[in-house]
Design a protein around this ligand. Structure first.
Ligand code: H2B
Length: 107
């Protein structure tokens, strides 16, 4: 776990309001405590390669997704357990996930 990361900072209501512009592929859950994205890949190998890339980002950011995988589909929910809602770490991990999704040709 990286030792020198600043603590997670909760998002303000104003920051939550502009989330859909910053992360257009993610949907906000009711009460704005989490965001989610559902992805599909060519096959299981691509889906698992994507998950492996995300796992490395999660370790680097010390922030971990709630997720599930069925064959070529991956569902991801991001929330910050330490703050009880959305934080800057969810945004950072969502951006890393979006970049990995592009590399692994998510549809
Ligand atoms: N992941 C998520 N999603 N939320 C957290 O609050 C969190 C985490 N906290 N990964 C981190 C690990 C914390 O438990 C460790 C001790 O830094």
């Amino acid at each position: 776990m990286p030792a020198d990361l600043p603590p997670a900072m909760p998002l303000s209501p104003a920051e939550i309001d502009v989330l859909s512009q910053r992360l257009p592929l993610w949907t906000r859950e009711a009460e704005d405590k989490a965001i989610e994205r559902h992805l599909r890949f060519a096959d299981f190998t691509a889906a698992f390669g994507f998950m492996n890339a995300v796992a490395q980002s999660a370790e680097r950011l010390d922030h971990h997704p709630e997720w599930s995988n069925v064959y070529n589909r991956v569902s991801i929910r991001l929330t910050t357990h330490d703050t009880g809602g959305l934080s800057d770490r969810d945004v950072a991990l969502a951006e890393a996930i979006d970049a990995a999704a592009t590399r692994f040709n998510a549809v």
